[in-house]
Design a protein around this ligand. Structure first.
Ligand code: SF4
Ligand code: SF4
Ligand code: SF4
Length: 335
């Protein structure tokens, strides 16, 4: 595989060149003193950061339902964010014509909620790789933390040289604008495909017990990048009766724990996102009740995707299994 060795000055000129075009913007991370977070750059990419070691949200959520063909956007995000973007393009929730998506090798992230000391923001990316940080469960068990998805990837070799590698024609066109020749990239990279895999405990008793604390605020749904239905069935009174509808139901059916319907809410959501979940853990980050949602959503979705040899967000051309029919598929399944 070929790529170009990068210096920071190359990225500066790449971003400046991109932002010079009328109407163009970049979604990435901006560092501001000891704070760091998603930022939309227009005009200048000053203080951008390739890495954000603290996770609060999946950036793909910000451009969900983008249908402007003339848009000129550059995404420079973590692999789980670019994977969510790729899924959203397949779900026709983002028009990808004017977008270039670059995934950056991700060393893993700590929860923004857990972070107590802003001063712990590493001065240098190398410190973060070596540092004793408290990575989220989603990151310890991440399925793809390498910058190998999207139109191009920024990767680090073992000597911490940065490489930019094209994966699509769009990526090739962008990288052509950088000085230097394409050369073979080193085989040995700082981030390997290996991952630790905790056993996913997804039985109903554990789920029921964890969901006891759920207050049905639906933050998990609202912050999930691939939970995209505009008309969610849980928005009305049908599944979650309130007021008169609740009174009538209780009088008809008897005593009930409140809020009603939380298991149904999570099971329907799980069913809806199981083929497209990227295991980012944004749902868990959004939960005020600290319910360990990632292990259920990621655990179940990876099992299901495995049955179809599918991986969400791996490629633009890989069809989501429920959108295709293959006659010989799942031959062992019972009728
Ligand atoms: S889930 Fe993977 S890609 Fe996403 S922040 Fe964690 S390690 Fe990075
Ligand atoms: S269900 Fe949770 S882990 Fe899966 S994509 Fe949505 S927010 Fe990420
Ligand atoms: S965010 Fe937490 S409390 Fe709110 S609905 Fe989701 S699981 Fe329940």
């Amino acid at each position: 595989m070929k790529g170009k060795k990068l210096k920071n000055s190359h990225l500066d000129s790449l971003f400046d060149g991109f932002l010079k075009e009328e109407g163009s913007i970049i979604l990435g991370f901006k560092r501001d003193g000891n704070a760091i977070g998603h930022h939309i750059f227009k005009g200048s990419a000053k203080d951008y950061s390739l890495i954000n070691p603290f996770f609060s949200a999946n950036g793909a959520i910000y451009f969900r339902r983008l249908f402007s063909k003339g848009a000129k956007l550059l995404f420079i995000l973590r692999p789980c964010e670019i994977r969510a973007y790729v899924e959203l393009t397949k779900l026709t929730q983002i028009e990808r014509e004017g977008i270039v998506a670059i995934s950056v090798d991700c060393p893993g992230t700590e929860s923004e909620k857990e972070k107590t000391d802003r001063a712990s923001l590493p001065e240098d990316i190398r410190d973060y790789f070596k540092g004793d940080n408290k990575k989220r469960w989603a990151c310890i068990n991440c399925r793809e933390k390498r910058g190998v998805v999207g139109d191009a990837g920024i990767r680090l070799d073992r000597d911490y040289n940065m490489w930019i590698i094209p994966y699509t024609e769009k990526g090739e066109r962008l990288i052509e604008t950088l000085e230097g020749e394409l050369t073979d990239i080193p085989i040995d990279m700082a981030i390997s495909p290996d991952r630790q895999t905790d056993s996913f405990k997804t039985d109903m008793d554990a789920l029921r017990s964890d969901l006891k604390r759920c207050v049905l605020c639906m933050n998990c749904r609202d912050m999930c990048p691939v939970c995209y239905c505009v008309d969610c069935v849980f928005n009305g009174d049908e599944y979650l009766p309130r007021g008169d509808a609740l009174l009538n139901k209780v009088l008809r059916t008897g005593s009930t724990d409140m809020p009603q319907g939380k298991e149904l809410f999570h099971l329907i959501r799980m069913y809806h996102v199981s083929q497209t979940c990227v295991g980012c853990g944004a749902c868990e980050e959004a939960c005020p009740q600290d319910i360990p949602l990632t292990k259920y959503f990621k655990g179940i979705s990876e099992r299901l995707q495995g049955i179809f040899s599918y991986m969400s967000g791996r490629g633009f051309d890989e069809a989501i299994p429920y959108t295709t029919f293959i006659e010989d598929e799942l031959k062992d399944a019972e009728d």
